[in-house]
Design a binder for this molecule. Structure first.
Ligand SMILES: *Cc1c(COP(=O)(O)O)cnc(C)c1O
Length: 395
């Protein structure tokens, strides 16, 4: 059996006519820059995410960059974030002349550890240089936002959620004594999404979005998106060309309607994997550790909440590289996210942060392996994957 890590065609086929009609409509409209299609999609993403505003941009990376620019992050500033994420999180901070200050992750969620954030912020001298916090909702599960938001408030720091992998993921939060589900991107000052084709809401090229309920910030972001005020040629701030492509917006707006269904399918695939792992005794023998949906138990009465949207289904194992090679030979598409934490990247080897060590991030980089989890994966495919993992440990 040949099982890819992601099968874009399986998602495309049933939507083919609907997507082609949306593309044709856009082409025929001859409105190729901004306009009503962008506005409609922005409105739909804002409403889906529970924010008042959404600003379509050219990529998830540019969403992060524009957000940091709008919040005034610049040379000499420090930004708290995780070393265990995609490069763009760190790259956008560095491109502005600022410096990331890494905080190690929690072993079960792979996300930034709020207790360690508190430790750093409790040191007055260190806290003084920090200008913002960028928590990353890795693999499709929100960071523990309640303590992070409390710390941010206490220290008057803006929070930019890197929700590139987590559009639609929910986090349980007490609001005025009532338990509510908050969507990724809606909890900080703003949240950044990516529509890279491998994300749960994937375009046919690059695209991104910033969501916020701060209308002043939204206005600033709209200005930064187009080089400042281009209507009057009066440029008070330096922006860029961060516009979302209209054809991408048309495609993504079609797909947005199916997102909840796809999330549910990924979650059900994850549940099936977990059952199969148990049956095979892989977990009790300590051979693999399945991903933990940290907030799922709080949803006992509401199974439809997407606490974990499983953009990736990431297991841990001690002989990861051998298992990866074996599964690839057996036709199972697996991948390592991420083989090295960011502080070990060559482009920062001259910075003091490269000398720091983050034990949990290092451990995750050595042990994690992503298995196929896409919505269209069939039961027999999942059985094959687990059968091959079991065979690996028997040999
Ligand atoms: C994908 C991703 C990005 C960047 O998004 P692009 O659309 O590829 O620019 C940023 N952060 C994280 C965590 C991502 O996974």
């Amino acid at each position: 059996m040949n099982i890819p890590l992601l099968d874009i065609k399986a998602q495309l086929d049933p939507l083919y006519n609907e997507i082609m009609a949306a593309i044709k409509e856009t082409v025929d409209s001859t409105r190729y820059i901004m306009g009503p299609k962008i506005e409609a999609f922005e409105k739909n993403v804002a409403s889906y995410s529970g924010t008042t505003d959404a600003i379509g941009v050219s990529s998830g990376t540019d969403a992060l960059l524009a957000s940091l620019m709008a919040l005034g992050v610049g040379p000499g500033d420090q930004v708290l974030t995780t070393p265990y994420t995609f490069f763009a999180t760190m790259g956008s901070i560095l491109r502005l002349g600022a410096e990331p200050v890494f905080v190690d992750i929690e072993s079960d969620s792979f996300n930034i550890d709020p207790k360690l954030v508190a430790d750093i912020l409790s040191e007055k001298k260190r806290a003084a240089k920090i200008k913002a916090i960028v928590p990353v909702h890795l693999f499709g599960q929100c960071c523990d936002m309640a303590p992070l938001l409390a710390l941010a408030k206490q220290h008057n720091l803006p929070v930019i959620e890197d929700a590139a992998q987590a559009i639609g993921a929910s986090y349980p939060m007490m609001v005025d004594g009532v338990l509510t589900w908050q969507r990724a991107g809606s909890m900080g000052d703003c949240g950044c999404f990516s529509f890279f084709p491998s994300k749960n809401l994937g375009g046919m090229g690059d695209g991104g979005m910033i969501v916020t309920s701060d209308s002043l910030l939204a206005d600033q972001l709209r200005v930064i998106r187009v080089h400042g005020d281009i209507l009057t040629y009066d440029h008070a701030v330096i922006g860029g060309n961060f516009r979302l492509d209209v054809i991408q917006a048309a495609v993504l707006d079609v797909k947005l309607h199916y997102l909840h269904k796809w999330h549910a399918a990924r979650r059900s695939n994850a549940a099936h994997y977990n059952e199969l792992f148990k049956q095979a005794g892989l977990v009790e023998k300590g051979l693999i550790v399945p991903p933990k949906a940290v907030y799922q138990e709080k949803a006992a009465e509401n199974h439809e909440v997407d606490f974990h949207i499983y953009n990736q289904f990431v297991i841990r194992t001690h002989n990861r590289d051998a298992l990866r090679n074996f599964l690839l030979e057996q036709g199972v598409g697996v991948a390592v996210y991420y083989p090295a934490p960011l502080h070990k990247q060559k482009c920062v080897s001259h910075l003091p942060l490269s000398k720091c060590s983050y034990a949990e991030a290092d451990k995750a980089a050595a042990e994690t392996l992503a298995l196929p989890i896409y919505p269209e994966l069939t039961a027999s495919m999942r059985e094959y994957v687990v059968d091959r993992i079991t065979a690996f440990y028997k040999s």
